[in-house]
Design a protein around this ligand. Structure first.
Ligand code: G3P
Length: 222
């Protein structure tokens, strides 16, 4: 399973890259705003900066328009910024039409704001490179987000769709583990969820014991 980080924060992207487990980045307009990045030129430059940190790996850049013609213009511009840009398009009628256009013109896409298996099926039919079901936001409304990942996995496997399942809105380490069990192709979440995979109290106590024993043996031989 590929690990993407869901942020527009350059320090966190660098930290994930340094850890050696970063396969890509997803962003959205809210994440850009959170970093105080606004205005066309600044936003576009920020996407290029992210691509340069990631080096090899896809970077999702979301269109702001909601009508077909504007989405095409915006998406073509985003795709021209860097070869690793994947154009993120919302799951709406014009979005599906735009995904079909981008697919036919060799531009990769990430269909976002997906909350049902029917939406995921439609995204795959339109040729989306990635589909982004938001599991955390489903959990937030007392609906099992992971069950949706399972459903989409079955549907895509039934028909051999190439669309990659990008489990989004991941909130904690168990989401990551469960997505891996189900067979999501990619997960995107905060750096904190990835770092939390490291932690186990038996690892900490075991290491402390190893180091104490090593020190004791060294002292008794000196
Ligand atoms: O990038 C989309 C998605 O991952 C949003 O996550 O935590 O805002 O629901 P969240």
């Amino acid at each position: 399973m590929k690990f993407f980080i869901d942020t527009a924060n350059l320090d966190q992207i660098r930290e994930a890259k340094d850890l050696g487990v970063l396969d890509g980045v997803t962003t959205n307009p809210s994440l850009m705003a959170k970093e105080g990045i606004s205005g066309h030129d600044r936003v576009m430059k920020h996407y290029v900066d992210i691509c340069e940190i990631v080096q090899e790996g896809d970077v999702s850049a979301e269109v702001i328009s909601t009508n077909y013609d504007e989405m095409i213009k915006e998406g073509e511009f985003l795709a021209s910024l860097h070869p690793n840009i994947v154009v993120k398009v919302p799951m709406i009628k014009d979005g599906i039409k735009a995904i079909r256009y981008f697919t036919d013109h060799g531009i990769r896409t990430n269909c976002t704001l997906v909350f049902s298996a029917g939406q995921a099926l439609l995204a795959a039919k339109a040729g989306a490179s990635y589909v982004s079901p938001f599991i955390g936001r489903l959990d937030d409304i007392s609906t099992d987000g992971l069950e949706l990942i399972e459903q989409i996995r079955i549907i895509y496997d039934n028909y051999g769709f190439d669309t990659e399942i990008l489990a989004a809105s991941v909130r904690h380490p168990m989401h990551i583990v469960q997505c891996a069990e189900i067979g999501a192709d990619v997960m995107t979440g905060p750096l904190s969820a990835i770092m939390a995979l490291l932690k186990h109290p038996l690892t900490d106590s075991g290491l402390a014991q190893f180091l104490a024993d090593h020190k004791k043996a060294a002292e008794s031989n000196s």
